[in-house]
Design a protein around this ligand. Structure first.
Ligand SMILES: [Zn+2]
Ligand SMILES: [Zn+2]
Length: 138
């Protein structure tokens, strides 16, 4: 928690209990959390004070400062993960579980080749894999 308070301080944001709780849940989750997940987690501590608009405001503030990253996949659900590092995801088409995927060295070589071949100035890329997670493919 102290670490999160420090992070908010650096970004000149007030460390409100709600803000800290949002960051804490997102940080400690092994998968990106969607709005519904977060609301049900937060409602336990904030007794239904967590309105949709409060949450959206927080998400906006936190993602503008790159403290969290908003992810929108083909299912249209907004999910949030901690920080703003570059990574990829595996998305289960059946249960919507999202798994982080860290690709070593990522796609640097391929990207360089694409740049050479197309003269396109690439600023970023996204890569998602859709299919069935281990429990859904049993
Ligand atoms: Zn699944
Ligand atoms: Zn990549």
């Amino acid at each position: 928690m102290d670490e999160l308070k420090q992070l908010l301080k650096i970004n000149k944001l007030k460390a409100t209990p709600i803000r800290l709780a949002i960051l804490d849940f997102i940080k400690n989750s092994s998968t990106p959390l969607n709005e519904l997940d977060l609301r049900s987690l937060l409602n336990k501590s904030f007794k239904n004070k967590m309105t949709k608009s409060t949450l959206y405001r927080e998400f906006k503030t936190l993602s503008q400062l790159s403290l969290i990253k908003e992810l929108v996949f083909k299912d249209g659900i907004r999910r949030y993960e901690f920080g703003n590092h570059h990574c990829h995801h595996l998305i289960c088409s059946n249960c919507s579980t999202v798994t982080h995927l860290v690709l070593e060295k990522d796609l640097e070589k391929l990207e360089a080749k694409i740049k050479r071949n197309t003269n396109f100035k690439i600023s970023f890329h996204t890569l998602e894999f859709y299919g069935l997670c281990p429990s859904c493919s049993l």
